[in-house]
Every structure is written in C-alpha cells, then in structure tokens.
Design a protein around this ligand. Structure first.
Ligand code: HEM
Length: 193
C-alpha cells in the first residue's frame, strides 16, 4: 500500500491543477501593486485561516510542533513592504473546512506546505508583471526547503494506516476547494474519477 504522502499527491492532483490555473489566471491580470495586494490578501485569508485552525492540534505531536512554523506572518511583512494601509479582513474561515483532530490538521497543512513549493514560480511570474517588492512570502527564505518538505511528508507517513485515508484525502481536497472559493467565489472542483 502506498504511503499517505503519495496518496495525497495523486488524489489531489485535479485540485492542484485547477487551483494552480486559477492563480496563474489571476496573476496574468495583475497590472500594478494594488492588483497584487488584492491577490496577496486572498493568500493571507487562506494561510491565516488554515494556520489558526490547524496549529492547536500540532501540540499533540512534538515533532510536528517543532517542524511547522506559521507562514502567514511573512505575508503581513510583505503588506508592510508594499506600504498598504489596508485593514485585512478576517473572512476566510467560512470557506474552509475545520480540522477536528491531528490527522485532519496535518492534511490541511499539507496543502499549505505544498503550495510553498510553487512559491518561487509565482514570484517569477509576478516579477514579469512588474512587481518588485513585497515578494518575501512567495520567494521563500528556506535554504533547506526540500529537506523541510521531506520531513513534513515523514509526519504524514507516520499517521497510522488504520486511519481513514480516504476521509483524509477528501479533507485535503476540501481545503483546496476552500482556497479556490477564496480566490473566486464561483469556484467548483470538477472531480476526475
Ligand atoms: C502558479 C501556481 C503554482 C505553481 C506553478 C505550482 C507548482 C508546483 C510544483 C512545481 C510542485 C512540485 C514541487 C516538487 O515536488 O518538487 C508543486 C507541488 C504542490 N503544490 Fe503547487 N503550484 C502552484 C500553486 C499551488 C497552490 C495555490 C497550492 C495550494 C493551495 C498548491 C499546492 C501544492 C501541493 C500540495 C504540492 C505537493 C504535491 C506533492 O505531494 O508532491 N500549489 N506545486
């Protein structure tokens, strides 16, 4: 039987493709910093929401508590760099599924951890759209990025096989869909089965 990280990767592929396309479409429409700030706000709602809902459960596993760090504060730093005085609405939670235990929290964070792998590509696309500052969140600052990703996948693979993996992949897909809805309220996942 494949391990949970591999199952998640294959079972959320459709979600990834759809959300990736949505993000790319929105980047292509960016013409100035205000447009960029509007996109960054959506990432903030998503990251801040999932982190707030998931991090309390990480305390149950020391390795997870030590490995995972919140990344939404980096977005706040970028807002400062962009000198936006905009108050950030806390409204992302209604679109997101709410983890009720450690395994659900971890597969929700899988979506965030994975999305940071695409960050450097997003940063390059934004540079091409003329964005020159406030890119710290997307660029990432971890030299040991792949090592961190591997360690995170190890945490996923330590979730016992007796756990309902199908439920966990559904949960992860629901997190992707939540972000899709934050990006575009009409978003729907077209399941490929
Ligand atoms: C322009 C947008 C994006 C690009 C270009 C992109 C690109 C990538 C790439 C290249 C990888 C593979 C990295 C590797 O294994 O070496 C990856 C993985 C991943 N991305 Fe994205 N991504 C984008 C947006 C997103 C978003 C918005 C999310 C989530 C909301 C996301 C979630 C994930 C996840 C969960 C993985 C891990 C897949 C696995 O299990 O290996 N991505 N992405």
């Amino acid at each position: 039987m494949a391990n949970l990280s591999e199952i998640l990767k294959s079972e959320t592929l459709t979600s990834h493709k759809q959300v990736e396309k949505l993000v790319i479409d929105q980047i292509k429409k960016i013409n100035n910093e205000d447009d960029y700030i509007a996109l960054l706000e959506k990432f903030y709602l998503f990251y801040q929401g999932i982190e707030e809902l998931s991090f309390p459960y990480l305390q149950e596993q020391q390795a997870a508590a030590e490995l995972c760090e919140k990344r939404s504060p980096l977005i706040l730093q970028d807002f400062e760099e962009l000198q936006t005085g905009k108050a950030i609405a806390i409204g992302g939670l209604s679109a997101l599924p709410i983890p009720q235990n450690y395994p659900e929290a971890l597969v929700a964070l899988y979506v965030l951890e994975g999305s940071s792998l695409g960050g450097p590509y997003i940063a390059k696309m934004l540079e091409k759209r003329g964005i020159q500052r406030g890119l710290n969140f997307f660029r990432g600052d971890q030299a040991d990025f792949m090592q961190h990703w591997q360690q995170f996948k190890n945490l996923l693979n330590e979730i016992p096989e007796t756990t309902d993996y199908e439920h966990l992949t559904d949960f992860s897909n629901a997190v992707f869909t939540g972000f899709g809805k934050i990006l575009d309220k009409n978003y729907q996942l077209a399941y490929s089965s």
